[in-house]
Design a protein around this ligand. Structure first.
Ligand SMILES: [Zn+2]
Length: 410
């Protein structure tokens, strides 16, 4: 067998070959306060111990602070301007249609996972929802499956079969905390049975959309996660944990959602058909957020001018920023061809909708919590080892997770 290369280069960065198994965990919607509160409540003894022996950084995620752009940033080590995935949807002007960006054909960069597999490493990926699986596993030789479709995994398609028997848990509902527990349980089984060189685990934010930091359901989730992290640590893994985005209440003091129905506002101000509001948070699983987040992009189609539309949006209470395409592409490192003429970010307590009749809020059984803006940009970047020194003054990003794990930790 050939000896492994000293390092692997991906998207302009170099990553050292792992000396022990490396596990990068993306905890969906993990505002730093969730971990702080769980430690304070005494529910996460393993994470509490890391205050002495580990590393705790606060990092910025990618804006829009949504799931897919950030998961793809973490596994490519690069922002959306490089990998191309800046949301779940964009507006295809030529086709005149909203196009889903879940297909790997929209991915413009290779992943760290695929590059290590190509260089001979054993690589495993487990994700909660199947919507991410094809993107994360694009051109990767190894194991890649979702909790959601675990029962359907085959060696040919996923690099593994009999997943449900291996994990020893029934396949959970797509709307459950157990969907994420399945990811951790699978990770521990894979780490002990197959000892992959590199593993990526990605959960879902079902709990975080429902429960604020410190609430019982949230602490229960982190206590569960803590038990599995301790097992991965005991198996000798280097663990780096980060999040795709934070999470905030998007309501008034009585719990009613603060929503700007931006398409309705612009239709009234500029005329129907003169603008198209796209919410890149929209996906097939909208029960817990009603497709409402703090980020929208607007295409100016008719006789209205971008400057006029931008001024009208900026005047609305609850709007934090209105940027032109060029400004947004530069500030948030986004691919200019996949965002609208304007990018709109709302404030921490406010979300943006399209038209009132396009959002079904009846399934929201608790006050709305969501993400998407700069108010959900700060996330934890935690490791179970401590570097002798770390670069001073660096703006840490969640997509530095593999750099930290492979290049900076002992
Ligand atoms: Zn997410």
């Amino acid at each position: 067998m050939n000896s492994p290369p000293p390092s692997v280069a991906v998207n302009g960065r170099s990553y050292r070959w792992p000396q022990r198994p490396v596990v990068v965990v993306c905890v969906d919607g993990c505002e730093p306060e969730y971990i702080n509160q769980a430690i304070a409540a005494g529910r996460t003894p393993y994470l509490a111990r890391l205050r002495e022996s580990g590393t705790c950084l606060t990092a910025d995620c990618v804006v829009p602070s949504f799931t897919n752009p950030n998961n793809l940033s973490i596994v490519t080590g690069a922002p959306p301007s490089v990998h191309g995935i800046c949301g779940n949807y964009f507006w295809d002007r030529d086709a005149g249609a909203e196009v889903m960006m879940n297909d790997p054909k929209y991915l413009r960069a290779g992943t760290i996972l695929a590059a290590f597999a190509e260089a001979g490493a054993s690589v495993a990926v487990v994700t909660a929802k199947d919507k991410l699986r094809a993107l994360l596993g694009h051109r990767m030789h190894g194991i890649c499956f979702s909790s959601e479709k675990a029962a359907e995994a085959t060696v040919a398609a996923n690099g593994i079969d009999d997943v449900v028997a291996m994990v020893g848990m029934p396949v959970p509902s797509v709307y459950s905390a157990e969907l994420s527990e399945f990811v951790f349980a699978a990770g521990v089984k894979l780490a002990s049975a197959r000892r992959p060189d590199v593993m990526y685990l990605s959960t879902t934010d079902y709990v975080q959309h429902k429960a604020a930091p410190g609430i019982a359901a949230a602490n229960d989730f982190y206590a569960m996660m803590d038990r599995y992290l301790a097992q991965l640590d005991a198996l000798g893994a280097t663990i780096v944990l980060t999040a795709d985005h934070g999470m905030n209440a998007k309501t008034d003091a009585f719990g009613a959602p603060n929503v700007i129905y931006l398409q309705d506002v612009l239709d009234g101000a500029c005329g129907a058909g003169s603008t198209r509001v796209i919410l890149p948070i929209t996906d097939p699983y909208v029960v817990h957020h009603g497709a409402l987040g703090s980020f929208a992009t607007v295409y100016v189609l008719g006789t209205a001018t971008g400057a006029d539309v931008a001024a009208r949006i900026a005047a609305l209470p609850g709007i934090e920023q209105v940027l032109t395409r060029a400004e947004a592409a530069a500030r948030f490192e986004l691919p200019p061809d996949r965002i609208g003429d304007l990018v709109v970010v709302s404030e921490r307590l406010t979300v943006i909708g399209t038209s009132r009749d396009r959002h079904d809020l009846s399934a929201l059984d608790v006050p709305l919590r969501s993400h998407g803006g700069t108010s959900e940009q700060q996330v934890p970047l935690i490791a179970n080892r401590r570097a002798a020194t770390l670069p001073a003054g660096r703006r840490w990003r969640n997509f530095d997770a593999f750099d930290l794990a492979l290049n900076l930790l002992p």
